[in-house]
Ligand binder design. Structure first.
Ligand code: AMP
Length: 605
């Protein structure tokens, strides 16, 4: 299908941009059955939806000659959830309607309202803006909606999520009843359906989401890591992919700040976006990403909404998303307009089940892999380096003279080696990740026979095999919570409902003190209780068995506390875990009761 039969000015604007064929959502709104009707469209960002609603309202904006007649009152209103999205929509409509004589006024929070008022007074065909600012102009009399022929609500689900219902309703109520209402939304939850029922008449339902996702422009990967290795894994993922632009998602503004500082310290060109940044800081960060002074952006879900960076080819979910919908919103920052993107979920071992469920719900199949290690990254670096250095060089006379002088002083090999070193030095070092091999696990198991562990104290933690306890994440967690090294942890026994481990008596008090202090500091792992155990794991198992017998709870109690395993560090038998409806941050692999405190829901920044 081509863009045939469009009004000539719109057709030539599209041709000038090099857009030869409509995207599925554009094709759908151009079908004869959609003409003049209200539309309820589920389409994601990147699907070409802006041009789609631009084309859909042509009938309300153009005269018989395909031109926009001059008028003081706006004919169309587009409401978008964020400043960036509104500005982007405004830019798109400006080129689409520019040749036809359309004038666009943009009204967004954080910009100078008097400039906007002037633009409105001078007469705008299309007004694009964010709900709060548009309502301000409406209430102050600067925006007259009585001449509207079409209203577009863009990313309606996000707008309701962000709490803009009242503003939207006020704007819609101020528009003439006979206008067209075009509702665009990535998802159509019940609240959107209700809004459609109230504000639309006989709307045509259009859904192209399946088709865009079916094109497979986003590859999903899930990498499993120890909870204490998340940042190192992120460093390595960034270094492995070397994306032109990468977006990293955290759940809270504090975590954005921390990850931003960590990456900056390691030499990445990184910016941050969260609720704590002013509009000016936001603009500067986005500008740095656009002109490539920065290549990595750490953001909260809310702060990243509506951002469209054509070079963004990698999304990393540093903290797992709240639900399947957020997963798709975040991932949708990449793979836009037919380009390929990669979305990587960083999954702490205990949360794997939860993520698997989320992927199932979103009907996404992800490849489960280990994070890239140093050697893999270095091998890739070498390939990239060779490709880059073997590209044809364009030098001027001065460059060549300098090259001659260098060659007179040094051998070609030395110069090439220096060049390689200079290139390498510009890249942050990959991190050494804890390996997950049988050898590593065996070595850890043998540690308890080593000197220094003649006199030990047993400690216990309230996660066991049922919660996916595994030395791969338990050991680093103990080091971080207890301020000890791996060498200071002795035998580890993983039981069904808890894990016990040895610490040399000489440092036991210091360890206990540190785990108590760090419990409050760590949101995620702080919920794991670590405390001194009475007796050995075998004693604990014996007590459990006795209790089980006394309670005659039979199978149930036995399942919760079977005899202690003969030794620690065992492979984890796969057992289904009880279903738990937990708080948004709660991983699947966590016990439902023994937490000291509940993980908080992500406070969006
Ligand atoms: P959107 O979904 O509106 O955010 O659009 C994503 C990107 O696709 C924007 O940069 C559009 O300019 C671009 N685009 C829109 N329509 C087409 C088309 N028919 N062919 C190629 N690119 C398009």
């Amino acid at each position: 299908m081509t863009f045939a039969n469009l009004p000539s000015f719109l057709g030539s604007a599209l041709a000038e941009r090099g857009y030869v064929a409509p995207t599925p959502v554009q094709a759908a709104v151009l079908e004869p059955e959609a003409e003049g009707r209200d539309l309820l469209v589920s389409a994601q960002t990147g699907s070409g939806k802006t041009v789609a609603f631009g084309l859909a309202m042509a009938g309300q904006l153009l005269d018989g000659e395909g031109r926009v007649p001059y008028g003081i009152l706006p004919r169309a209103l587009v409401i978008a959830p964020t400043r960036e999205l509104a500005l982007q929509v405004s830019r798109e409509l400006a080129w689409l309607y520019g040749k036809a004589g359309g004038r666009i006024a943009t009204c967004v929070g954080g910009m100078n309202p008097s400039v906007e008022r002037r633009a409105l007074q001078q007469g705008a065909t299309i007004v694009v803006g964010t709900p709060g600012r548009l309502r301000d102009h409406l209430e102050r009399g600067a925006l007259d909606l009585s001449g509207l022929a079409a209203v577009v609500i863009d990313e309606a689900d996000e707008m309701l999520d962000m709490g803009f219902r009242e503003e939207l309703e006020e704007l819609l109520d101020a528009a003439p009843a006979e206008r067209r209402t075009l509702l665009f939304s990535a998802t159509i939850p019940r609240a959107i359906e209700a809004m459609a029922r109230r504000y639309q008449r006989d709307a045509l339902r259009i859904s192209t989401i399946g088709e865009t996702r079916g094109h497979g422009d986003i590859d999903y990967q899930a990498v499993t890591v120890s909870p204490s290795e998340i940042e190192n894994a992120v460093v390595n993922l960034l270094r492995y992919h070397e994306a032109e632009t990468a977006m990293l998602f955290c759940a809270t503004r504090d975590n954005v700040r921390h990850l931003h500082a960590t990456l900056q310290e390691r030499g990445f060109a990184v910016v941050a976006l969260s609720g704590e940044h002013s509009q000016q800081e936001r603009n500067q960060a986005l500008q740095a990403l656009r002109d490539r002074r920065a290549r990595v952006c750490v953001a909260t879900d809310v702060a990243a909404r509506g951002i469209d960076l054509p070079t963004l080819s990698l999304v990393i979910h540093v903290e797992i998303p709240r639900d399947a919908e957020v997963l798709q919103h975040r991932s949708g920052r990449t793979g836009r307009a037919g380009k390929k993107g990669t979305a990587v979920l960083v999954v702490p071992f205990p949360r794997r089940r939860r993520v698997e469920g989320m992927l199932r719900q979103a009907q996404i199949s992800a490849e489960w892999i280990d994070p890239p290690g140093r050697d893999t990254i270095r091998a890739r670096d070498q390939e990239r380096l060779l490709t880059r250095l073997l590209e044809p060089v364009e030098c001027d006379e001065t460059d060549r003279e300098l090259a001659e002088r260098l060659l007179a002083e040094r051998s070609a090999q030395d110069i090439a080696a220096m060049l390689v070193r200079a290139h390498r030095a510009s890249m942050p070092e990959p991190e050494e990740l804890i390996e997950n091999s049988p050898e590593v696990r065996r070595a850890a198991q043998q540690e308890r026979h080593r000197p220094g562990f003649e006199d030990t104290v047993w400690f216990r933690m309230n996660v066991g095999r049922r919660q996916n306890a595994d030395p791969r994440w338990i050991l680093p967690l103990l080091c971080r919570r207890g301020h000890v090294t791996r060498g200071e942890i002795g035998a580890i026994r993983i039981m069904p409902g808890e894990t016990q481990f040895q610490v040399p008596r000489a440092i036991a008090a210091r360890f206990a003190d540190a785990v108590a202090r760090t419990a409050a500091a760590s949101d995620d792992e702080g919920a794991i209780i670590i405390e001194a155990a009475e007796g050995t794991p075998r004693d604990a198992a014996r007590v459990n068995r006795q209790q089980a017998g006394r309670q005659q709870a039979g199978r149930q109690a036995n399942a919760a506390n079977p005899p202690a395993p003969p030794s620690g560090h065992q492979a984890q038998p796969h057992r289904p875990k009880p279903h738990r409806k937990g708080p948004v941050n709660g991983g699947d692999g966590r016990p439902s009761k023994p937490w000291k405190k509940r993980a908080k829901g992500p406070s969006q920044g």
